[in-house]
Design a protein around this ligand. Sequence first.
Ligand code: SF4
Length: 704
Amino acid sequence: VPARLKPASAVTSICGYCATGCQLKLHLDEQGRAINLSPQAGYPVNLGMACPKGWQALDPLDSAERATVPLLRDETGKMLRVGWAEALETFASRFKSLKEQHGRESVAFLSTGQIPFEEMAFLGCLFKFGMGFLHGDANTRQCMATAVTAYKQSFGFDAPPYSYADFEESDVIVLVGSNLCIAHPILWQRVMRNRRNPQIIVIDPRATETAQAATRHVMLKPKGDLSLLYALAHCIVRDGRIDPASIERTEGFEEFSAFLADYSPLAVTERTGMSVEEIESLARTVSEPGKRVSWWWTMGVNQSYEGVRAAQAMINLALITGNIGKPGTGANSITGQCNAMGSRLFSNTTSLVGGHDFAVPEHRAKVAAGLGIPEEKISSEPSLAYDQILAAAEEGKIKGLWIIATNPFHSWVDSGRLAALREKLEFLVVQDMYYTTESARAADLVLPAAGWGEKDGCFINSERRVGTLKKVRQAPGIALSDFRIFRLIASVWGCEDLFVRWTDPEAAFRLLRDLTQGRPCDITGIEGYEMVDGLGGVQWPYPAREDGAPTPASERRLFEDSVFYTPSGKAKLLFSPPAPIPEAVDREYPYTLLTGRGTSSQWHTQSRTGKSDILRKLYPQDAYVEINPKDAARLGVKEHDMIRVRSRRGELEASVYIAPTVKPGELFLPMHYPEVNRLTHSSFDPHSRQPNYKACAVTLEKVR
Ligand code: SF4
């Protein structure tokens, strides 16, 4: 029997990829080193299941591409191995020098939803309160900013209201811009466990794996979603299929009703590509009296130039039909990264740590007191958002950048701009597990970081459940956990006095937990990591109770009886007219490019999953493009021919995959290939500043 099949013991840990938050059982040898894993049976999230990424979670830790020692670029451009002392002295002296010469807005950080929230919070507090800079954002801007803004504006707090159990308790499940089958495969399994014979409706321009498995696929035109959602609301209000009691809990119904007058089914046929009958039928299905209707969305909505209003259009539909706060209902954003929800509460980027607001003086005073730092260390000025940071770098205003556990040189829209921007930066630091990401290759200094499995901390999943991850491996070489790196930076910067209480991740957890007191995300009832594990994860809110009893499971779904978090206690119905697609097709660029996840076996830019032999075998390693058979015939291309896809910003060559999964005039490229974002367009939602990855104009030509 191989040694890896004879574990000496086991611990549990939350998976480090997607926001489903599956718990894995890590099998340990005599030395406490993980040698194998299996999905944890009985965990209320994954119920003993895992997707290919989870099963292979240990593989990427052993990659030869791991960053093992700091690397520093010399005058000739060569990267040299250096010790931590030299690396950190250089880090501090270069960033201090920029601050002295150009002020506190001259350096920014870009971080991640992939590290424990104790580390995110440490980074945000260190950078802003300790090092005294202003601007930092996370890659959650690329996936979740839309949902954050939509919930904040509509509910008064960023509070996705649901539990995963709602998938199993719904009569009508509407998935908008969500390929759940492959993006969140375990959540799709939760849908499959629904015994109410639900209607599963997928609204998506592409016939995704999920659309093909649904009971109804609404194959609308790209970015026709907002018009369609308004037309559904138009029909529902017109026909009186509303819930008056639920509408009593809202503000703005009269204005919303008047606005909807312009969005009859007939008025939106051109924009949506749908017939009047299809829209009327869908409106009846999502407002069936007595039926539990749940709305779910992911990146097809979030990654849009008008994602916030589209998300709020679903929130409005849930509110006016009484589908909020009850089992099997809700307007529910499914998060992307394993700790995007932790980032939303604790990253101290655009929101003040612990679910607070930089602009509110009482919040600043409370956080300062909680962290034991002088109040004047917390500025009321807001940080620039991700795109604004990059724009400021292009203009030469931001001269130093610190990138932590993310890979914008691959993942950012119109990524060719990053290469040009790199020339403007005076100092680029990348802190990562690997030397080989596109961003690490561009760095002046690489700080080698431990990865998932090599450190402790907590993630928060999509249904607001806090779970723990465990250290079950030593990081290679002299790589350190991000937490340890931040402690060392505090010391070399000379601000360690502000962080004496941040001794280890669990101490930081307690500090952060106490900051949430009285906020909607209150988790003061959690004693520590052991309690989180003992309870099978803990969904917020989980306030300390006088009787010491745990918060009952019935309170895990928000807004059943409770008021909303707005000043009036009512939810706001928010809306605005749909805008044109920022880059529509024309004679020169006649195809609409759609991008998205291509497989359940790869993750984002493949930084980690690309290091697993098994996962690589499950997915093509070279880019492919899905095109409609009619377009293939017109272009004279066959399956596996090479085709050039060109936008106004860049081009790539990809192998042809012919399928009616996209309509004529549309094509799909999976986002996992580094070339893809050379094509995408720099446009942003005006409310959330989230980039629009989902529709831009391209042209195609056969490669001779
Ligand atoms: Fe579960 Fe997501 Fe991890 Fe897959 S990647 S095992 S679905 S948490």
